[in-house]
Design a protein around this ligand. Structure first.
Ligand SMILES: [Zn+2]
Length: 464
């Protein structure tokens, strides 16, 4: 079979793998590039790229860096031949929500981002209408049950433990007349994750594609993470009397952080007067997530019941309107504000950063990976001032990174999953990681499992 990594090679965004074998051609994921000055241009190039025939798409999960360019298949030029997009039910519910938000963000243009005037050159890639057309092509499949997206291909989706609905794809196909199995990991989660059920063990495969976001490091333990969060919240909310800004992905991280707050508040370890989730998308994501109780963790279900019955140990408000969001700017202390985007590249979090970054009594608390080139990465890397809305905003607030809350497996956890692959694959490809992460994971695989992985290069074609 031939594999082409159209994105997420040497980086963590833009996931898109093209697979060709005998008479079939399909994609695994079709995501957006995020972060860096040229992300917009790269997305436009990727979106306009001629992919040739695509028989179907397998979608591992609903994060925008995995599904964000799918509306390309809503284009009229594809005519009646729109490929079906196979994914789990939670993913099928989430994708229209995520893409509609993406279309909305694009429709407001790039001009608002950092004051750069780019609207004229950067029309939206797609509109809400495109998203609606695309959504009709989503086909929901349960975990663990084999289905046939093509006469020559059988697929089973396995829980990846990453966000609700996230899947690894086990793909059986005919290649040169022989039966072969390709396993695409998608994004893998940590087993200690609070929001979703623990991931399934990997099935046997001939060819393996594995992510490597945290291939070079481990996360702090949940206990250490909790201790750190307790300390930061006490210091900022009770001692310094400021606010805590938590940039978080609207899907996954925002909900998981709430579950963590619930757990700590129930144990009497934190006192948080006001929690705001300033993201209409996070509210929609929460509604879908908690509608799939079979896919989420016990503790997350307990949080959901408490929120539904108004028994939470803190005041939780979702702000939807722009007015409500702007009102938050007037709150000087005692508020914990969760807002998207997770890497501070867009969204309401940028307003909260503008108002709170210059204040010494406040804190910014990062909860996830900050890709190279993003505003979040600059703040984490210790920038003294950052550009926001056309001005330089001083960074006087304290900056913290909660190490143990990632939706991605750390290095040891990736190795555990890889060790559990029942027999040695004939070929292993590492993608979805920055170069150091991919190389470090590759070195561990070579040393401990005697595998010889290939680190995927952008746009390179591999015979496997
Ligand atoms: Zn993801």
């Amino acid at each position: 079979m031939k594999l082409t990594f159209l994105g997420a090679a040497g980086e963590v965004t833009g996931s898109c793998l093209r697979v060709e074998a005998d008479d079939v051609r399909f994609l695994v994921d079709c995501g957006m590039f995020q972060g860096g000055r040229d992300a917009g241009a790269r997305n436009r190039r990727a979106y306009a790229r001629e992919l040739g025939r695509v028989d179907f798409v397998l979608l591992t999960h609903a994060h925008i860096d995995h599904c964000g360019l799918l509306p390309r298949f809503a284009w009229p030029r594809h005519g009646a031949g729109l490929p079906a997009i196979y994914c789990t039910k939670p993913t099928a519910d989430l994708v229209p929500v995520m893409l509609a938000d993406s279309a909305f963000v694009q429709s407001r243009g790039a001009a608002r981002r950092g004051g750069r005037r780019a609207t004229a050159e950067a029309p939206p890639l797609y509109t809400a209408d495109d998203v609606r057309r695309l959504a009709t092509r989503l086909a929901a499949m349960p975990y663990g049950i084999e289905f046939r997206p093509h006469p020559q291909v059988a697929v089973r989706l396995h829980n990846a433990g990453h966000i609700v609905g996230a899947a690894c794809a086990e793909i059986r196909l005919f290649d040169g007349g022989r039966r072969r199995t390709l396993l695409a990991s998608g994004d893998l989660g940590e087993d200690s994750a609070l929001l979703v059920r623990d991931r399934d063990p990997p099935p046997p495969c001939d060819v393996l594609v594995v992510e490597s976001t945290y291939g070079d490091r481990n996360h702090r333990t949940l206990a250490d993470t909790e201790a750190e969060l307790v300390e930061v919240l006490h210091d900022v909310l009770q001692q310094r009397r400021g606010n805590v800004i938590v940039p978080a992905f609207a899907l996954g991280r925002a909900q998981e952080f709430l579950v963590l707050l619930y757990r700590l508040a129930m144990a009497g370890r934190i006192h948080v007067p006001l929690v705001f989730v300033d993201s209409p998308l996070a509210l929609q994501a929460a509604e879908v997530t908690f509608a799939h109780l079979d896919a989420i963790d016990e503790e997350a279900a307990a949080f959901h019941r408490a929120a539904r019955d108004r028994r939470l140990p803190f005041t939780l408000r979702y702000t939807e309107s722009v007015e409500d969001s702007m009102f938050l700017n007037s709150i000087r202390s005692g508020a914990l504000i969760i807002a998207a985007s997770g890497m501070c590249e867009a969204g309401r979090v940028r307003h909260h950063l503008r108002h709170n970054l210059p204040r010494r009594e406040c804190a910014v608390l990062f909860t996830g990976f900050q890709a190279a080139g993003t505003l979040g990465r600059r703040i984490v890397d210790g920038a003294r001032a950052v550009p926001l809305f056309g001005e330089q905003v001083a960074v006087n607030a304290s900056v913290h990174t909660l190490g143990g809350l990632s939706a991605h497996a750390g290095q040891d956890s990736l190795m555990d999953w890889l060790r559990a692959v029942p027999r040695r694959p004939r070929a292993v490809f590492i993608n979805h990681g920055e170069p150091l992460a991919a190389h470090t994971l590759s070195a561990r695989l070579a040393k401990e499992l005697k595998w010889s992985p290939t680190i995927a290069e952008p746009d390179a074609e591999y015979e496997a």
